[in-house]
Every structure is written in C-alpha cells, then in structure tokens.
Design a protein around this ligand. Structure first.
Ligand code: XIL
Length: 359
C-alpha cells in the first residue's frame, strides 16, 4: 500500500520539519510570552477527563491557546427535549478556558448529526424556522462575547460519490431548503455581530476521486452565500486526514487560495490522522501520520497562515477515531499529537513547527 519512495519521502519531510523547529527554537524563546506571534494551537476537550485527570489537564494548560468542547454543544446535549436546555458541559469548558486565558470555539450550531429525536417531529417551514432561529438565539446569546468563533454550519455538503454533491440531507434542508444555511448565519450574526462565523467541512484535501467534487460543491455554496450578502467570515477545514490517502497539494492549494481571495479566514478545526488502514508498526505509522499532516499544513500555510490549528483531541487516550475507524488488527489507534501516555509524537513536532511560522 505504501511504496518505499513514499515512506522515504515521509521520513525526509518529517526530519525537515523537526530540523526547522530546532532552527527557529531561538526565535520561539524570544517571543515566548507573545501568543499572538504563534498560530494558536487548540484541541477539542472532554470536560469529565479535564476535571479528573491531572495529566490531561496539564496537556491543555501546557500546549493549548484554544479549546473546543468535543460534544457539549451538540443539539442532542444542549436541547435533548423540546422543553429542556442544558449548558452544563459547555459552561464547564468555558470556565476552564477563561480561567486559563484560552479562547473557546463553538462547535456547532447546525449539524445533521447528534440531533435529538424530538426534532423529527418538526414539520413545516414556519416551525423549522422558529426552532432553528430560537436555538441559535438561545445558545449564542448565552455565550455572547465569550465564545468568539463559531462553527455555525457543520458538514453541509453531501458525500455523493459520482456527481458533484449537493447539500447533505437534514431536517432543515427538508423543511426550509437551501436557505437554512443563510438563515443560520444571519441569525448568528444578529445575536453576536462580533463573532467570527465559519462553515466547517471535511474530506476536501485528498488525492482521490471525491475531494475535487466536494471542494467544488463547497466553493459553490460559499460563493452563493457571499453573493447573497450572508455574513460568513471563514471556512473551517476539519482535517480528519485519512492516513492511506495522499494530500492533493495542487487541488488544496487552489481551494485555499480561492477561499482567502474571497476575504474569508481559513481555520484547521479538527485535525487528526485516521490510521485504521496504516501499517501496524508504530514508528512507521507515526511517521506517515506526521508526513500527511505536514503535506496538509504546508499546503495551507503556503497560501497564508491559517487562523488556528485545532486537533480533534490531544492524546490518543481520548479520541473518537476507534468508534468509526477501529483497526482490524486490534491495535489501538494513534491519530493525535500525544500518545496515550502524553508523550509527544512526530505529529506534534509538525504541528508545533507550523504554529511557529511567522506571518
Ligand atoms: C465526533 C465526536 O468526537 C464524538 O464524540 C461523537 O460521538 C461523534 O462525532 N466531525 C465533527 C465532529 O464535526 O463533531 C465529530 O466528532 C467528528 C467528525
């Protein structure tokens, strides 16, 4: 599956990144207290572990300038029944973020996933509009001025394999049509005009048959939103890299450049490397994972520094990956920058290297 050449290139690139890190080490010391000089690094977080596990908390305190609740702001958690709102988890994450000078990111206001059952009973455009707007108003007004970056709409593009994909089916598309996206952004902007509002999407970076189609669909959507004067400020690239797939540098580069040329920011929002199809050997696997991330980040940075690099977890101890991409050989997945014992992996060196890049 991996040619010797590919493995060799990966090793060399990684060595380059680590050498580069050593080279700018002095500069880092010099700007050590100025967080703005670095591209902020962040991770999603599980509040239970944050409160019970010293090493987990230490990893965030040592490395993160940003933090995203992993699931606490899903509809299913915030609004489990028609009557109930529950802000316990995001409030706990916010408290931790504020106490420690980190920025909290809001993930996510509109997503097809993690929807509570009661929303299946929403019928008709009027009711859908009321529920969607009411939810955004309720959640965003609670965190106005506190959560300054929102993934307003998550994964809006369908996964269709053979055509240019349209919008992914969800309750809002069904009841309101495409305008549900416009509405979500407009309402979010009305509630907190200072918040940075993003569209968040995945699978746009690979050298495979589907990524170019997904990019095309996403650009079409973004152009449409801007043409209609919808207040969208940036695009989040989730970056759930598939270890077995190379990065399409050319395609990704054109995509990122076009997004930026529209005046939109670019954020890496959920970086990890899905390693279910990678070789068993840990050193080999970690090297390939780091090399994929290197290709991904280098391409993005070539078009201009992104606003943030956020990974979807910080330690292999707590990751969503085995829920969806478990390895057949039973070995634990290793998708994240620190291993299950909080030792830094080559992936961390790559991330740290890019976070140090000057504008
Ligand atoms: C994952 C979470 O990490 C899990 O805890 C949850 O059960 C399923 O989803 N894209 C996203 C994230 O935007 O919200 C998903 O998170 C991973 C894929």
């Amino acid at each position: 599956m991996f040619s010797r050449r590919e493995a060799l290139t990966a090793t060399l690139k990684l060595a380059g990144a680590v050498a580069g890190q050593a080279m700018v080490g002095g500069a880092r010391a010099e700007v050590g207290h100025d967080r703005n000089a670095r591209v902020p690094y962040g991770s999603c977080v599980r509040p239970e572990a944050l409160e019970t596990e010293v090493d987990y908390r230490a990893a965030f305190l040592t490395h993160c300038q940003q933090i995203t609740p992993e699931g606490g702001l899903y509809w299913g958690e915030v609004h489990p029944t028609r009557q109930q709102f529950n802000f316990d988890k995001p409030d706990r994450v916010l408290e931790f973020a504020r106490t420690n000078g980190m920025a909290m990111r809001g993930h996510t206001l509109v997503w097809y996933g993690a929807m509570p059952d009661w929303t299946k009973q929403i019928h008709g455009a009027g009711e859908a509009e009321r529920e969607l707007n009411g939810y955004i108003e309720r959640v965003m007004s609670r965190y106005r001025g506190k959560i300054k970056i929102w993934h307003v709409v998550n994964e809006p593009i369908d996964d269709a394999k053979y055509a240019i994909p349209g919008l992914r089916p969800n309750i809002w598309l069904q009841q309101l049509g495409e305008r549900y996206i416009d509405m979500a952004f407009r309402t979010a902007h009305r509630v907190d005009p200072a918040a940075e509002l993003l569209l968040n999407e995945y699978d746009v970076e690979f050298a495979d048959a589907t990524a170019p189609k997904k990019r095309q669909a996403l650009l079409k959507l973004v152009h449409g939103l801007l043409d209609r004067g919808v207040p969208i400020h940036g695009v989040g690239l989730q970056g759930h890299l598939r270890g077995q797939l190379a990065i399409d540098r050319d395609g990704l580069s054109k995509f990122v450049s076009e997004v930026r040329s529209l005046g939109l920011s670019v954020h890496v929002t959920e970086l990890d490397v899905l390693d279910d199809l990678l070789p068993a050997s840990v050193p080999q696997r970690d090297t390939i994972a780091a090399a994929r991330a290197f290709d991904f980040l280098e391409t993005i940075f070539a078009a201009g520094r992104p606003a943030a690099i956020v990974t979807w977890g910080i330690t292999d101890r707590y990751t969503w990956v085995p829920m969806w991409y478990k390895r057949k050989d039973g070995l634990p997945n290793r998708p994240l920058p620190f291993d299950a014992n909080y030792q830094p992996k080559p992936l961390w060196n790559v991330i740290d290297y890019f976070c140090q890049q000057k504008a």
